[in-house]
Design a protein around this ligand. Structure first.
Ligand code: PLP
Length: 395
């Protein structure tokens, strides 16, 4: 028998049906070019703070190279519980309500796999992180999007959420501060959303990965800390963004014990445990790195201020995000689609930003720029964007 030429019959239908991430397609073009200033990838430009790296090195030196408990190192689960209680006033039992995962990516997948039956509807807000809709589809669920809008600072309004709820709705996937818009929820908005979830008896998967990155004195409020919400929330968080630890692949999920038990079953068969060196490093991060986080946050805020003011000056209206490290300017004044705008900017000016359409239909007309890059590069990128926008205006 000859080796197959067409593999499509071997690939599962539900996997064939999902599109590749729009960001990935775009970055294949970026990687084939030289001297590009990339505001594309959602990743801190900082190297992980030294004391965290040192903790990982120390773990290796001490010969900590084996598996850990499936739930994660008990000492790390204690650090997670005490960090969440200290920072966000929400209490979890480290023995039964905390699960250490390979990034929030794994925690999200486990949460969906643990709760979704075929055809269950999961509501998420759009523009959204690229993984949400495909992750829901991959577990047999039905993604239902709710649009958020620039005029509301891309917050999710309870009045937009409620009409999307049906008898098949299992959960809301809520992520604030949010990617790609940098939107946050005010306490009032969060309270209204919580009330809708309680009233309709739905769960919430709260992806709070950007919880440390809030600006202008905004303090992140964890959904689970609201009355009656801890019982119906799967809180997802991790070290990637707050502590500049993307490569460590370290996240966690906190929820009532029966939910963690269900997630743990999937995790123990699929992954077993997160890397022990990363777990040791995360203990150091959560216990001792508040000062480093503060420094990074202040620096991001300075960069945000610069980028927002330049983009508005250039004629691309841009709200000032209160969280995460993205700005989401409106590129419609250039009369281009977001893909045309971004491809042209890349080819003509060698600046990479992501088309808003990669984050769902409601992202069309916008572009995502990550400002977690040096001020010098941001200055040059904004100058190049200005030249490009002027040129488009003259055409
Ligand atoms: N959730 C959101 C909203 C994100 O933006 C990202 C990464 O960009 C993730 C989850 C994945 O994070 P992790 O590195 O912890 O897997």
């Amino acid at each position: 028998m000859n080796p197959p030429e067409d593999f499509s019959r071997f690939i599962a239908d539900h996997v064939s049906a999902i599109p590749k991430s729009g960001i990935r397609d775009f970055f294949e073009v970026v990687q084939s070019m030289t001297d590009v200033i990339s505001l594309g990838i959602g990743e801190p430009d900082y190297v992980t703070p030294w004391r965290i790296r040192e903790a990982a090195i120390f773990a290796l030196e001490k010969g900590k190279t084996g598996y850990t408990s499936n739930l994660g190192l008990p000492r790390l689960r204690e650090s997670i519980a005490s960090y969440l209680s200290r920072r966000y006033h929400v209490g979890y039992d480290p023995k039964r309500e905390v699960l250490v995962t390979v990034g929030v990516s794994e925690a999200l997948d486990l949460a969906l796999r643990a709760i979704v039956n075929p055809g269950d509807e999961i509501i998420y807000h759009e523009p959204s992180y690229v993984s949400y809709s495909p992750s829901i589809v991959l577990v047999g669920g039905k993604p239902v999007s709710v649009s958020t809008r620039a005029e509301n600072g891309f917050s999710l309004l309870a009045t937009d959420l409620e009409p999307k709820i049906t008898p098949r709705t299992k959960a809301l996937l809520l992520s604030f501060p949010t990617n790609p818009t940098g939107g946050v929820l005010s306490f009032e908005e969060l309270r209204s959303i919580a009330a809708v979830c309680r009233q309709h008896d739905i769960m919430v998967l709260a992806d709070e990965i950007y919880s440390e990155l809030t600006y202008d004195g905004v303090q992140h409020v964890s959904l689970a800390s609201l009355p009656g919400m801890r019982e119906r929330t799967i809180l997802l968080n991790g070290c990637s963004k707050s502590f500049a630890m993307t490569g460590f692949r370290l996240g966690y999920a906190c929820a009532p014990a029966p939910v963690i038990e269900a997630m743990m079953k999937v995790h123990q068969y699929a992954i077993m445990c997160a890397s022990i060196m990363s777990q040791e490093a995360a203990i150091e991060a959560l216990d001792h790195c508040a000062r480093e986080v503060e420094e990074m946050r202040n620096d991001y805020q300075r960069r945000r201020n610069f980028v927002v003011s330049r983009l508005n000056e250039i004629g691309l209206p841009c709200h000032s995000p209160k969280g995460a490290f993205y700005v989401f300017p409106d590129i419609r004044p250039t009369k281009r689609t977001s893909l045309e705008f971004c491809l042209g900017l890349l080819k003509e000016m060698k600046v990479a930003v992501v088309p808003g359409s990669a984050f769902g239909e409601s992202g069309e007309g916008f572009a995502r720029c990550c400002f977690a890059t040096s001020l010098v590069k941001l200055q040059e990128a904004m100058n190049r964007i200005e030249t490009y926008v002027k040129k488009l205006g003259a055409e």
